[in-house]
Design a protein around this ligand. Structure first.
Ligand code: HEM
Length: 127
Protein backbone atom coordinates (compact mmCIF):
# COMPACT_ATOMS: atom_id res chain seq x y z
CA UNK A 1 0.00 0.00 0.00
CA UNK A 2 2.65 2.51 1.03
CA UNK A 3 4.35 4.08 -1.99
CA UNK A 4 8.05 3.60 -2.50
CA UNK A 5 9.88 6.83 -1.74
CA UNK A 6 13.22 8.05 -3.15
CA UNK A 7 14.57 7.22 0.32
CA UNK A 8 13.55 3.58 -0.16
CA UNK A 9 15.35 3.66 -3.53
CA UNK A 10 18.70 4.79 -2.06
CA UNK A 11 18.48 3.09 1.36
CA UNK A 12 19.95 4.08 4.71
CA UNK A 13 23.37 2.55 4.13
CA UNK A 14 24.00 4.17 0.74
CA UNK A 15 22.75 7.55 1.97
CA UNK A 16 25.11 7.31 4.93
CA UNK A 17 28.09 6.49 2.65
CA UNK A 18 27.15 9.40 0.40
CA UNK A 19 27.09 11.88 3.28
CA UNK A 20 30.45 10.60 4.58
CA UNK A 21 32.00 10.86 1.08
CA UNK A 22 30.56 14.37 0.81
CA UNK A 23 31.92 15.79 4.10
CA UNK A 24 35.32 14.23 3.43
CA UNK A 25 35.44 16.56 0.40
CA UNK A 26 33.91 19.55 2.21
CA UNK A 27 36.68 19.28 4.81
CA UNK A 28 39.30 19.57 2.06
CA UNK A 29 37.69 22.23 -0.12
CA UNK A 30 39.45 25.61 0.12
CA UNK A 31 36.22 27.59 -0.46
CA UNK A 32 34.32 25.66 2.24
CA UNK A 33 36.90 25.12 5.00
CA UNK A 34 36.55 28.71 6.35
CA UNK A 35 32.84 28.34 7.23
CA UNK A 36 32.72 24.74 8.50
CA UNK A 37 33.88 23.47 11.91
CA UNK A 38 37.03 21.31 12.01
CA UNK A 39 35.00 18.39 13.32
CA UNK A 40 32.35 17.56 10.74
CA UNK A 41 30.85 14.57 12.56
CA UNK A 42 27.89 16.45 14.05
CA UNK A 43 26.93 18.20 10.80
CA UNK A 44 27.24 14.85 8.98
CA UNK A 45 24.91 13.25 11.54
CA UNK A 46 22.36 16.05 11.06
CA UNK A 47 22.70 15.88 7.29
CA UNK A 48 21.90 12.15 7.33
CA UNK A 49 18.77 12.95 9.31
CA UNK A 50 17.83 15.83 7.03
CA UNK A 51 18.37 14.01 3.73
CA UNK A 52 16.40 11.01 5.02
CA UNK A 53 13.31 13.17 5.34
CA UNK A 54 14.17 15.27 2.25
CA UNK A 55 13.88 12.01 0.26
CA UNK A 56 10.58 11.03 1.83
CA UNK A 57 11.90 8.79 4.61
CA UNK A 58 11.10 9.12 8.32
CA UNK A 59 11.24 12.72 9.69
CA UNK A 60 14.42 12.15 11.71
CA UNK A 61 15.68 15.73 11.46
CA UNK A 62 12.41 17.31 12.58
CA UNK A 63 12.04 14.84 15.46
CA UNK A 64 15.32 15.98 16.98
CA UNK A 65 15.74 19.59 15.80
CA UNK A 66 12.28 20.92 14.91
CA UNK A 67 11.23 22.54 11.65
CA UNK A 68 14.13 22.37 9.16
CA UNK A 69 13.87 26.00 7.90
CA UNK A 70 17.19 25.39 6.17
CA UNK A 71 17.60 28.86 4.69
CA UNK A 72 17.18 30.45 8.12
CA UNK A 73 19.60 27.98 9.70
CA UNK A 74 22.21 28.92 7.09
CA UNK A 75 21.88 32.70 7.58
CA UNK A 76 24.67 32.85 10.21
CA UNK A 77 27.02 31.46 7.51
CA UNK A 78 28.12 33.43 4.44
CA UNK A 79 26.77 31.28 1.62
CA UNK A 80 28.04 32.86 -1.61
CA UNK A 81 27.39 31.63 -5.18
CA UNK A 82 31.01 30.37 -5.19
CA UNK A 83 30.39 28.32 -2.04
CA UNK A 84 27.12 26.92 -3.40
CA UNK A 85 29.07 25.75 -6.48
CA UNK A 86 31.77 24.22 -4.27
CA UNK A 87 29.12 22.45 -2.14
CA UNK A 88 27.49 20.99 -5.26
CA UNK A 89 30.81 19.90 -6.73
CA UNK A 90 31.66 18.04 -3.49
CA UNK A 91 28.23 16.39 -3.74
CA UNK A 92 28.68 15.47 -7.39
CA UNK A 93 32.08 13.89 -6.68
CA UNK A 94 30.64 12.04 -3.65
CA UNK A 95 27.82 10.71 -5.86
CA UNK A 96 30.45 9.42 -8.30
CA UNK A 97 32.35 7.75 -5.47
CA UNK A 98 29.36 5.84 -4.10
CA UNK A 99 27.99 5.11 -7.59
CA UNK A 100 24.36 6.15 -7.39
CA UNK A 101 22.05 4.68 -9.99
CA UNK A 102 22.07 7.25 -12.87
CA UNK A 103 18.40 8.23 -12.96
CA UNK A 104 18.23 8.46 -9.15
CA UNK A 105 21.42 10.52 -9.19
CA UNK A 106 19.98 13.03 -11.70
CA UNK A 107 16.79 13.37 -9.68
CA UNK A 108 18.60 13.82 -6.34
CA UNK A 109 21.29 16.15 -7.69
CA UNK A 110 18.77 18.47 -9.32
CA UNK A 111 16.76 18.72 -6.08
CA UNK A 112 19.94 19.50 -4.15
CA UNK A 113 21.01 22.09 -6.74
CA UNK A 114 17.70 23.92 -6.29
CA UNK A 115 18.06 23.83 -2.51
CA UNK A 116 21.70 24.95 -2.62
CA UNK A 117 20.85 27.94 -4.81
CA UNK A 118 18.04 28.86 -2.44
CA UNK A 119 20.59 28.91 0.44
CA UNK A 120 22.73 31.70 -1.10
CA UNK A 121 22.61 34.73 1.22
CA UNK A 122 25.80 36.68 0.44
CA UNK A 123 27.35 38.02 -2.81
CA UNK A 124 30.64 36.58 -4.11
CA UNK A 125 32.68 39.71 -3.33
CA UNK A 126 32.43 38.74 0.38
CA UNK A 127 34.08 35.33 -0.18
C1 HEM B 1 24.69 23.15 8.21
C2 HEM B 1 27.14 25.35 4.70
C3 HEM B 1 23.87 23.89 1.47
C4 HEM B 1 21.94 21.05 4.85
C5 HEM B 1 25.60 23.92 7.54
C6 HEM B 1 26.66 24.68 8.16
C7 HEM B 1 27.35 25.29 7.18
C8 HEM B 1 26.73 24.93 5.93
C9 HEM B 1 28.56 26.21 7.33
C10 HEM B 1 26.93 24.76 9.67
C11 HEM B 1 27.96 23.77 10.08
C12 HEM B 1 28.15 23.87 11.60
O1 HEM B 1 28.83 24.80 12.04
O2 HEM B 1 27.60 23.03 12.32
C13 HEM B 1 26.47 25.14 3.51
C14 HEM B 1 26.87 25.69 2.22
C15 HEM B 1 25.94 25.31 1.32
C16 HEM B 1 24.95 24.50 2.04
C17 HEM B 1 28.11 26.52 1.92
C18 HEM B 1 25.92 25.68 -0.14
C19 HEM B 1 24.82 26.06 -0.76
C20 HEM B 1 23.07 22.96 2.10
C21 HEM B 1 22.04 22.18 1.45
C22 HEM B 1 21.50 21.40 2.40
C23 HEM B 1 22.19 21.66 3.64
C24 HEM B 1 21.70 22.27 -0.05
C25 HEM B 1 20.40 20.38 2.32
C26 HEM B 1 20.03 19.81 1.21
C27 HEM B 1 22.52 21.37 6.05
C28 HEM B 1 22.13 20.79 7.32
C29 HEM B 1 22.90 21.41 8.29
C30 HEM B 1 23.77 22.35 7.60
C31 HEM B 1 21.06 19.72 7.54
C32 HEM B 1 22.82 21.19 9.81
C33 HEM B 1 21.81 22.18 10.35
C34 HEM B 1 21.72 22.13 11.86
O3 HEM B 1 22.63 22.61 12.54
O4 HEM B 1 20.73 21.60 12.38
N1 HEM B 1 25.66 24.10 6.17
N2 HEM B 1 25.32 24.43 3.36
N3 HEM B 1 23.14 22.62 3.43
N4 HEM B 1 23.49 22.29 6.25
FE1 HEM B 1 24.39 23.37 4.82
Amino acid sequence: EKRLTPYDAIGEEKLSSLVDAFYKRVGNHPDLIPIFPDDLSEVARKQKQFLTQFLGGPPLYTQEHGHPMMRARHLPHEITPLRAKAWLSCMSDAMDEVELEPSFRDFFYSRLAMTANHMINTPDENT
